[in-house]
Design a binder for this molecule. Structure first.
Ligand code: UDP
Length: 321
C-alpha cells in the first residue's frame, strides 16, 4: 500500500511511519514541523519507501494516488495547543477536510487520530465510546477538544454523505521515546525534572488521574483498527489508571532520582479523571496493551537521558579549526 501520513514528524506519526515501512508499505509523510521534528524521521531519510513533504495540510495538497490516509497532524500537548491555538483549530477543520478530500479523490481508506479529550472532564468513568463527553466549549483546552470533536463530525459526514471508508481512533495519554522533552506533558516534565535533579512539578494535589499507554502498544492498536471496517470511534489506550502523584513516585523510582515533589497551580479545566474502557478494542481488535507504566518508563529512560545531554560546541563552531 501507499499511505499518506499527516503529522509524520510527530511523536505518534514517526512511530507509525516506522511500523508501516517495516510492514513493507510506502509512506508519503507530510508535516509543517510546527511541533514535529525532522530528527524523528532522520533514520528514514534514505529509505526509498519513505517520502517527505514539509507542508501545512490546511493548504490544499496532492500526494498522488494513495491507498490509505492516516490523519495525525495536530499539536497535541496542552502547552503546544495553548501556544498554537488558532493553528490547532484550523488543522482540525481545514486540515482534516483536505485530508478527507484526498481519501475521497483516490478512493483511499481513512483513519483519523481522535482523542480522549472528546470526553472533556468526564462525568462517566471509565469512558466508553458511547459517552458524549463533558467539554467546556470556550475554555483554554477547547481549541484542541473542539477541533478534534469537529474533526470526528467531519469524518462521519464524509463517510455518510460521500461513502468514504473512515475510522476514528480515540487515543488516550501515550508516552515513549521521541516525546518532545519540553512539550509540557506530565511524562516529559517528570522525566526531565527527575533526570536533572530539579523539583518534580505536580499540578494541583496530584489526585487527578490519567491512564498511560506505551507507544508500541498504541501503534499496534491503531494499525489493528486500520485493518477493520469499523466506522464508529474506538478507544485505544491503557486502562490502568494512575494518580499523577503515584506517577511522579514511579518516575522517581525508575530514574533513581532524589528530586523533591512540589505542588503547583492546577491548570484551568484540567480533567479530574481519565480511564478508557477498552472492551470494544479488546473484542473488535483482539488487542490490549502489554507494557505497564514501570516497564514503559524504563524503556523511555535512555531517550530522556539523551535529551539532558547538552551538545558540546564543536571546535569549528568555536572558530579554532
Ligand atoms: N501535570 C503535572 N505536572 C506537569 C505536567 C502535567 O502535574 O509537569 C498534570 C496535568 O495537570 C494533568 C496531567 O498531569 O493533570 C496530565 O497532563 P498532560 O499535560 O500530560 O496531558 P493531559 O492529559 O492533561 O492532556
Amino acid at each position: 500500500m501507499r499511505v499518506l501520513l499527516t503529522g509524520a514528524a510527530g511523536f505518534l506519526g514517526s512511530h507509525l511511519a516506522d511500523a508501516l515501512v517495516a510492514d513493507g508499505h510506502s509512506v508519503f509523510g507530510i508535516d509543517n514541523l510546527c511541533t514535529g521534528s525532522l530528527r524523528n524521521l532522520e533514520h528514514l531519510k534514505r529509505d526509498p519507501r519513505f517520502e517527505f513533504l514539509e507542508h501545512d495540510i490546511c493548504q490544499p495538497f496532492d500526494p498522488g494516488h494513495v491507498d490509505y490516509v492516516l490523519n495525525f497532524a495536530s499539536p497535541a500537548s496542552p502547552v503546544d495547543y495553548y501556544r498554537l491555538a488558532i493553528e490547532t483549530l484550523m488543522v482540525g477543520s481545514a486540515g482534516t477536510r483536505n485530508s478527507l478530500e484526498i481519501a475521497k479523490k483516490y478512493g483511499a481508506k481513512f483513519l483519523h487520530a481522535s482523542t480522549s479529550e472528546c470526553y472533556g472532564d468526564p462525568s462517566e468513568h471509565p469512558q466508553t465510546e458511547e459517552y458524549w463527553g463533558h467539554v467546556n466549549p470556550i475554555g483554554p483546552r477547547s481549541v484542541y477538544d473542539e477541533a478534534k470533536r469537529f474533526s470526528e463530525s467531519l469524518v462521519m459526514a464524509y463517510h455518510r454523505y460521500y461513502g468514504v471508508d473512515t475510522r476514528l481512533v480515540r487515543i488516550f495519554n501515550t508516552y515513549g521515546p521521541r516525546l518532545q522533552k519540553d512539550d509540557g506533558r506530565v511524562i516529559s516534565n517528570f522525566m526531565m525534572e527527575a533526570l536533572t535533579d530539579k523539583d518534580i512539578t505536580i499540578y494541583g494535589s496530584g489526585d487527578q488521574t490519567r491512564s498511560f499507554c506505551y507507544i508500541s502498544d498504541e501503534v499496534e492498536g491503531i494499525l489493528k483498527l486500520a485493518r477493520t471496517d469499523e466506522h464508529l470511534p474506538v478507544n485505544v489506550g491503557n486502562p490502568v489508571e494512575w494518580t499523577i502523584l503515584d506517577c511522579a513516585k514511579m518516575v522517581l523510582r525508575v530514574t533513581g532520582s532524589k528530586s523533591k515533589l512540589v505542588f503547583c497551580t492546577l491548570p484551568e479545566d484540567d480533567p479530574v479523571q481519565r480511564q478508557p474502557d477498552i472492551s470494544k478494542a479488546r473484542s473488535l481488535l483482539g488487542w490490549e496493551p502489554k507494557i505497564d507504566l514501570e516497564t514503559g518508563l524504563k524503556l523511555t529512560l535512555d531517550y530522556f537521558r539523551s535529551c539532558t545531554e547538552v551538545p558540546v560546541a564543536s571546535s569549528a563552531a568555536l572558530g579554532t579549526d
